[in-house]
Design a protein around this ligand. Structure first.
Ligand code: ADP
Ligand code: MG
Ligand code: MG
Length: 934
């Protein structure tokens, strides 16, 4: 789990920069110039836990366990740099690496008292993949290497166990055949099942030596037939081929897909571990297994895992035989069990985190084969972190580093009953925009969503895309599913702000809004059919699936007492620790009092962005707003604005009050006015209908007037059009009204003795004169209000920095602005020239071609857009050292962007209310400069 955030690091990190050229240099200088192979064994290892970049997670864990005196079979780790060289050399391992491997192998042979290929003391090894970030099951591992027709007899003679020797050999041929020679597993399984059937064997373990010899003979035939060559008998050849195959497995489609999903960089490569074999398949006093020091699903402090007697390697996870719960090991092999408990407890203490371990017991002797931080759910992560503090294993500031901020959102969302969810097959997958489980009857319009929801139905709103006036429908729906749009499309942003499960950009959905049908995976759904989707995974399923509400949300909403919820208390404790560590403030983007209350309850101490226009969509307001827009003179416009004034004042009053005296940044009107009017096409249809029907002249005249105005306001590129400060400059009376509403609300509260800190923010400023113009209006109106009210309130005037010119001229703008808030959504749009609503059409291609690693609207492009942020900060602070700096784009809630904002020294980040916990934790980790998982 922890890997996700850490892996988000762009490829050009300092580390990558230093290791890569060095690796090349080493190759040029030849042997001895650079170390590619690290030995471990005899209680001493050349590597350590701090060398994950070079040795991979597995290699560094083996080294660390060896140094800690745990029983680890000796071996050597070939570094990730060697993998890079392998690829740079056109899929060839350079001689320098091979030489070092042979040298280390000699040492291994001495340590083991056995030699590769020796007829009487054959050394057998495993060849194991292992990258910096664990990619379970994605890459390949080969066991029992070193066996051939001669050494198998040597193994038999030494152990007096022919069954075991041939079982090991057949396993080796199968793994080697599959991984190195790329022969499908099924070809081997077919033969194996054939022998089992002939011998009437139920289990693999029922086969005796003679049967296994038969299997070996058949496997060798499979190899000859499928690979066009005999099974290689030379152990060194086996080793070289296996090593290179493991390097290659870094680029298999599975591994690539895994890296894409978890944003693991492609260039880091895998290490290869060559390790002396120990055997869990020598008989009933032997076993192999895997486990966790705590339950990774719910965090409970319990020994967790499974094992199989008389088995090897993958048998446990492969599901060939049903493994036994680890607790039963106590009675089967008590001594080994005791040691295992002891060692893993030590490892947990040593690593100060839950460990996921692999072990093998050979003739009652326990060997540790792997340890790593266990992946866990968000729920388990919080439970474990708080438990470890209680047990005094870690300090609170260390516990803050044990939870992936992103995973906290899992704790907030309703979840599907996992057993139920499994019963349905996914029909498609979209972008997981807002986590949570949604299950409901399909509706295609916001109005229908409201209507049905009011009848007590559960609905999911399915749209091609959503627009601002769908908000009411989104609010009533269990979740929102769209066919187009990216992670910051409207549906996604609003979905997150509402904490509404949302899946967007599910491109395989054919949404026919007219016919009111969806077609997907060959099935057609109509209104009222049940659909379910998971906003965390993006999976969509047809049918109704039961959900469970999140306790934390119930507490935040005041529906449950904090004392009644254990998970809430832990969540709260963890975040309180995080608050002590972080430097940056956390604010929320909230437009209405109820959202502000939620944000405050989640720990936001301020509003970074209150979008006044969202209030215009409130009940009964749209007609007034439309009257304001339709006015063709200032007088009429002011009349409409006068009607809006008390409504806005009320909103601001509520928001201020909900924020208990913390700063509230209110942005003056931003979107182009046409967004408040009906769609041109719809109006044209209505006018045409009225014309045909004759009748009501007045209605027709009104519609025609509306249509004319809509056509006047029509813009070719509304995002670059008449919006933001441009509106305030052309219609100063709007800025006046909004200022008046803000300041009057503040004065009302002042009179009630309630503290508030308004910050008035002018959007889209690129010219200092734009801001000067608007600031003058604000100051004038504020002075008027103070005079009329007989009270004064402290307020600030500032701007959003969201057009590149604003960043470049930040020095000038800061002369007029008391604060900057970086609007990184628009700044990203304008820096790239990508429209955030249209990026969905090409983003996936950009990502698959590695032109862009990540969606720049979800995670800040630190190189380009970030540079503008940095420049804005520096230039702004030069002019005004105490300039308040914040960010209010979607990036304010993204952990890796938060690390960047910490570095440039912002005062606060602001994000959706439901992202506040994520931001609190991420800001703490940023202050400690640690990315979880590194
Ligand atoms: P993965 O990364 O897929 O878990 P591993 O390299 O950990 O692959 O190998 C899988 C399993 O193979 C291990 O859990 C262990 O049971 C077995 N294995 C690997 N190396 C050895 C070894 N030297 N001796 C015995 N078993 C081994
Ligand atoms: Mg493993
Ligand atoms: Mg903007």
């Amino acid at each position: 789990m922890a890997k996700k955030t850490s892996a988000k690091k762009p490829p050009a990190t300092a580390k990558a920069k230093t290791t890569k050229p060095a690796a090349k240099a080493g190759a040029k200088k030849g042997a001895g110039a650079r170390k590619y192979v690290y030995f471990f064994g005899h209680g001493k290892a050349e590597g350590s836990r701090h060398m994950k970049d070079l040795l991979g997670g597995k290699g560094s864990g083996l080294a660390e366990m060896t140094n800690a005196g745990l029983p680890v079979p000796p071996g050597l780790t070939i570094s990730t740099e060697a993998c890079t060289l392998y690829y740079e050399g056109g899929k060839k391992t350079p001689k320098v690496v091979d030489d070092q491997m042979i040298a280390a192998l000699k040492k291994l042979e001495q340590t083991a008292g056995a030699a590769l290929g020796s007829p009487d003391h054959p050394l057998l090894v495993s060849v194991r993949s292992g990258a910096k970030f664990s990619m379970p099951g994605m890459m390949d591992t080969i066991l029992n290497l070193g066996l051939n027709d001669t050494t198998v007899e040597g193994l038999k003679a030494r152990t007096g166990n022919g069954r075991f020797a041939y079982d090991s050999y057949r396993r080796f041929i199968q793994m080697f055949g599959n991984v190195v020679l790329e022969i499908p597993k099924s070809a081997f399984e077919h033969e194996f099942d054939g022998v089992k059937a002939e011998r009437r064997a139920r289990l693999d373990t029922d086969l005796d030596e003679a049967a296994l010899k038969d299997v070996v003979a058949r496997y060798k035939k499979v190899v000859r037939a499928k690979a066009g060559r005999g099974f290689p008998q030379d152990p060194l050849e086996q080793l070289r081929m296996s090593r290179d195959a493991v390097f290659r497995s870094w680029q298999n489609p599975r591994a690539k897909e895994y890296r894409r999903i978890y944003e693991i960089p492609d260039h880091i490569g895998t290490a290869v571990n060559v390790q002396m074999m120990v055997f869990g398949n020598t008989g009933n006093r032997s076993a192999t297994g895997v486990g966790f020091t705590r339950n990774p699903a719910n965090g409970a402090k319990e020994f967790y895992g499974e094992f199989l007697v008389n088995a090897q390697g993958e048998d446990v996870v492969a599901g060939i035989r049903t493994p036994q719960p680890i607790g039963e090991l106590q009675s089967v092999l008590p001594q080994a069990y005791r040691e295992l408990r002891q060692f893993t407890t030590r490892l947990e203490k040593h690593y100060k985190d839950v460990q996921d371990f692999e072990f093998t017991i050979q003739d009652e002797r326990l060997y540790m084969l792997q340890t790593r931080s266990g992946k866990r759910t968000g729920y388990a992560a919080v439970v474990i972190a708080t438990d470890l503090v209680k047990e005094k294993l870690v300090k609170p500031e260390e516990a803050v580093l044990l939870v992936d901020p992103e995973s906290l959102s899992q704790l907030l969302s309703p979840i599907f009953d996992p057993a139920e969810w499994k019963k349905f097959a996914a029909v498609t997958r979209g972008l997981p925009a807002s986590p949570g489980a949604a299950s409901g009857q399909v509706v295609f319009t916001a109005d229908r969503a409201v209507e049905w929801a009011q009848q007590g139905k559960k609905v999911v709103l399915v749209r091609k895309e959503t627009v601002p006036d769908d908000i009411h429908g989104m609010f009533m729906a269990q979740g929102v599913l769209t066919a187009t749009g990216g992670m910051t499309s409207h549906a996604a942003v609003v979905g997150r702000q509402m904490g509404k499960p949302s899946v967007v950009g599910a491109g395989e959905l054919e949404v026919n809004e007219r016919a009111q049908t969806i077609t997907v995976a060959g099935r057609t759904l109509k209104e009222g059919d049940w659909l379910s989707f998971d906003g965390l995974s993006g999976e969509v399923k047809i049918g109704q699936v039961a959900t469970q509400p999140s306790e934390i949300l119930q507490v935040v909403a005041g529906q449950m007492k904090p004392e009644a919820s254990d998970i809430f208390q832990r969540f709260n404790r963890l975040l309180t620790w995080a608050d002590k560590v972080r430097r940056m403030g956390i604010r929320a983007n909230a437009d209405q009092p109820d959202q502000a209350e939620t944000a405050y309850a989640f720990g936001a101490r301020g509003i970074g962005l209150c979008r006044t226009e969202h209030m215009f969509f409130g009940e009964g307001r749209i007609p007034i707003v439309q009257r304001m827009i339709l006015a063709d003179n200032e007088k009429d416009r002011r009349k409409a604005l006068d009607e809006l004034l008390p409504l806005q004042r009320n909103d601001f009053y509520g928001v201020f009050k909900a924020m208990h005296g913390t700063p509230v940044t209110i942005r003056t009107i931003d979107p182009p006015l046409h967004e408040f009017l009906p769609k041109r096409e719809d109006l044209m249809v209505e006018v045409a209908k009225l014309e045909v029907a004759g009748g009501n002249e007045q209605a027709l005249a009104e519609k025609r007037k509306l249509l004319r105005r809509v056509e006047q306001l029509h813009e070719f590129n509304p995002m670059l059009g008449h919006r933001g400060v441009r509106l305030g400059i052309t219609y100063p009376e709007i800025t006046e009204m909004q200022t008046r509403a803000i300041i009057e609300a503040a004065c009302m509260l002042a009179k009630e003795g309630v503290k508030c800190q308004p910050e008035i923010m002018i959007p889209l400023v690129g010219l200092v004169k734009e801001l000067r113009d608007q600031a003058a209006i604000v100051h004038r109106v504020a002075a008027e209000v103070f005079k009329a009210q007989g009270v004064k309130v402290k307020y600030l005037v500032g701007t959003m920095i969201e057009v590149p010119r604003g960043s470049v001229t930040a020095g000038e703008i800061a002369a007029e602005a008391e604060f900057f808030s970086f609007g990184t959504n628009d700044l990203t749009q304008l820096t790239f020239g990508f429209s955030r609503d249209d990026i969905g059409k090409f983003l996936s291609v950009y990502q698959s071609k590695k032109i862009l690693e990540r969606d720049p609207f979800a995670s800040l492009d630190t190189v380009g857009v970030g540079e503008l942020v940095r420049m804005g900060c520096e230039r702004g602070r030069q002019t005004r050292p105490d300039l308040k700096l914040g960010v209010c784009g979607e990036h304010g809630g993204d952990p890796s962007s938060i690390h960047f904002f910490e570095k440039v020294g912002l005062n606060y980040v602001s994000c959706s209310p439901y992202r506040v916990p994520v931001a609190r934790l991420a800001a703490a980790q940023a202050a400690l400069n640690v990315k979880v998982g590194d």
